[in-house]
Design a binder for this molecule. Structure first.
Ligand code: 5GP
Ligand code: ZN
Length: 116
């Protein structure tokens, strides 16, 4: 997709601190971290939201989680653990409409992750 921020990051048209790249997914540091470690993992294919995931995307979406684990480990979260989050739509606060898995950690994280 031509006018998508995360497609542009995946294509190296907009700079980001890249953490992992392969033929299916790209990982990079979040520009506005909300935890000491905050990375994003995206599929290279433009998929707007979880609701737009096709059967043919299932392998890439599974790969996102394997890369999340690798990236978390490389960023020192292997022992303490981390949280993955994928927001979908307005109520969840999704602001970039190219699916992305947040990887958050580096301190104990509260639960639930929103005010009651
Ligand atoms: P969402 O709210 O859609 O789940 O998350 C979007 C995330 O993208 C936010 O955490 C935000 O800080 C991050 N973000 C927005 N614009 C950029 C950017 O230009 N570069 C990077 N690296 N992250 C971005
Ligand atoms: Zn995109």
């Amino acid at each position: 997709m031509t006018d998508c921020l995360f497609c542009k990051i995946a294509a190296h048209e907009i700079p980001a601190k890249l953490l992992h790249e392969d033929e299916r997914v790209v990982a990079f540091a979040d520009i506005n971290p909300v935890a000491p470690v905050h990375a994003l993992i995206i599929p290279r294919r433009h998929i707007a939201t979880i609701d737009d995931v096709l059967e043919s995307d299932e392998s890439d979406m599974g790969h996102l989680f394997r890369v999340a684990s690798l990236v978390a480990s490389s960023l020192g979260l292997g022992e303490g653990g981390y949280r993955t989050v994928m927001n979908c739509g307005a109520d969840a606060g999704q602001s970039v409409f190219h699916v992305h898995l947040h990887v958050l950690g580096g301190k104990p994280l509260g639960w639930p992750p929103f005010p009651k």
